[in-house]
Design a binder for this molecule. Structure first.
Ligand code: SAJ
Length: 419
């Protein structure tokens, strides 16, 4: 359905891609006086939104959604004729070359070009590797017969919000806007300033691309450092959490927490873009990725050792708590638990352990159960892969079983083993 022409002043934003970033961004614009139409090629997702339901769980999202609907936001599978497009589609990487796979961004921009009027601005919000807009997006626009800078303006405004606190961060985070033309950058800055109370830096496109990837890479390296410390401390009987806690009292030290691995569609993906494009230079970055990717197998190995130590003789007596990539979200993409289950398949013990996550309602892995009671029945050991609020508020949640606490959320005791 095309809604263009509904408005007389033509000030409308078409948000392309209504996933984890596109949807809250569209809702935020709509609740701050901008006319928004959200477009997604997934008809089922659009139907769900049009039926008044959100498509994932996030603090404050339902209320924001209701307010945006009241403000007139609309959802459709069609691209609109308007002056500003915001593209927020996934950017996976090729698992072999480690380079970005721009297929979704390319396809979205190509379809935008079929409807965009002259003078329109295309804002890419998706995280992309430095040079992606030059290498892939510009040729798509030019191939459609448009002159960039005259007929079409290109902008990169990478998102920065953290799942679990998206609504608050959309309002308060600082942002980056990269544009060819500073005047267009300023115009897009005013658009985002309709809701964003943070500082908005205007720069060029390549700097904006690189800055975003650098932010996530910095966090990945910090976590890898924590995970490496974890392994060193385990090998020599030291308490990594106590060491990090004290080290972080230093005014210039801020080490993140070790854990069962790094998941999600951002931190576990974006650093690979740099490795793919600069294989000879991005050595530390590759190392950090490999360290973090090694953690699910490390957890499994630790679990086998604890089973031996405590006399637990069968994986069927062991349960896995947590399927999401981190606490208090329902997103399972690249989750350490899924990676560990793959590793278990290779050790021929896949599908044996019960799996439970209070945030995941759909059945996505074998032997998944949907209540804590069913989960705990017959278990002698639980591997805590995610520190959901349910455990943080009640570290005794699992009763008298042996615990492998990969997130340091279960307190201490003779049956609590840390990673
Ligand atoms: N993790 C640890 N130890 C920690 C912190 C995180 O093991 O101390 C793990 C988490 O459990 C999870 C993974 O790392 O598996 C990533 O989680 P996260 O909370 O660090 O980050 P994301 O992926 O949810 O969101 C990140 C954020 N980037 C930064 O903080 C630099 C967010 O601001 C970005 O908008 C988002 O990536 C994105 O979309 O790029």
């Amino acid at each position: 359905m095309r809604f263009a022409g509904d408005r007389s002043d033509g000030l409308m934003v078409n948000v392309i891609g209504l996933g984890y970033i596109g949807l809250p961004t569209a809702l935020m614009f709509a609740t701050h006086g901008v006319e928004v139409i959200g477009t997604d090629y997934n008809a089922e997702l659009v139907a769900t939104l049009n039926a008044g339901k959100t498509t994932f769980k996030e603090d404050g999202l339902d209320e924001l959604f209701a307010n945006a609907v009241a403000a007139g936001i609309r959802f459709t599978t069609d691209y609109q004729i308007c002056e500003t497009y915001i593209v927020s589609v996934p950017t996976p990487y090729d698992k072999v070359s480690k380079k970005i796979d721009p297929c979704y961004v390319n396809a979205a921009v190509k379809t935008v070009m079929e409807v965009a009027p002259k003078g329109a601005t295309i804002v890419i919000e998706s995280t992309v590797s430095p040079g992606t807009i030059d290498r892939f997006v510009r040729p798509v626009v030019e191939g459609s017969g448009f002159i960039i800078g005259e007929d079409i303006h290109l902008v990169h405004a990478p998102e920065r919000i953290i799942p679990g606190n998206m609504v608050h961060e959309l309002l308060s985070n600082n942002r980056t806007i990269g544009a060819d033309d500073p005047a267009i950058g300023e115009r897009v800055k005013s658009l985002y300033a309709s809701f964003c109370q943070g500082e908005i830096a205007v720069t060029d496109i390549r700097t904006a691309e690189m800055t975003k990837v650098v932010e996530n890479t910095f966090r990945d390296i910090n976590i890898a450092f924590a995970n490496e410390l974890q392994k060193i401390c385990r090998s020599d009987g030291m308490d990594v959490h106590e060491i990090i806690r004290i080290a972080n009292k230093h005014p210039r030290v801020n080490i993140l927490s070790p854990g069962p691995g790094v998941g999600g569609h951002c931190i576990s993906v974006d650093p690979w873009f740099l490795v793919g494009d600069y294989p000879e230079l991005a050595r530390l970055i590759r190392n950090a990725r490999e360290t973090n990717d090694s953690m699910p197998a490390y957890v499994l190995n630790r679990a086998f050792n604890i089973m031996r130590e405590t006399g637990i003789d069968s994986p069927s007596k062991v349960g896995i708590y947590g399927l999401t990539y981190k606490e208090d979200v329902d997103d399972v993409r690249e989750s350490p638990t899924l990676q560990m289950l793959e590793s278990m398949e290779r050790h021929l013990c896949g599908g044996v352990c019960k799996v439970y996550d209070p945030w995941v309602e759909d059945d996505i892995v074998p032997n998944q159960v949907h209540s804590l009671e069913e989960f705990l029945e017959g278990l002698e050991m639980v591997i805590v892969m995610v520190g959901h609020f349910q455990v943080r508020e009640n570290p005794a949640l699992f009763g008298d079983v042996v615990l492998l606490d990969t997130r340091n959320v279960c307190g201490s005791g003779s049956k609590v083993f840390k990673l």
